[in-house]
Design a protein around this ligand. Sequence first.
Ligand code: SF4
Length: 79
Amino acid sequence: MSFDMEPWEADAACVGQDPDVFFTGSDEKAAVAVCASCPVRAECLALALRKGFEFGVFGGYTATQRKTMRRKKGASAYV
Ligand code: SF4
């Protein structure tokens, strides 16, 4: 898993937010609500699906939701 910064991350709606909300699953509804207005949501979701991030909320989707997406399409669809 890579945590290198992507160029679009500076525009993310979660910049300055409590990272625990996004990465620990402590409040998935709050994280998803922030993502809903994020201008780089599509890029974020694509990255999370491509990298197979197993935890947290990315692109407005929980880890469980992303796992289902990858299973339905096949992980190779996101490479
Ligand atoms: S979609 Fe959500 S997690 Fe991804 S960059 Fe935007 S606010 Fe952050």
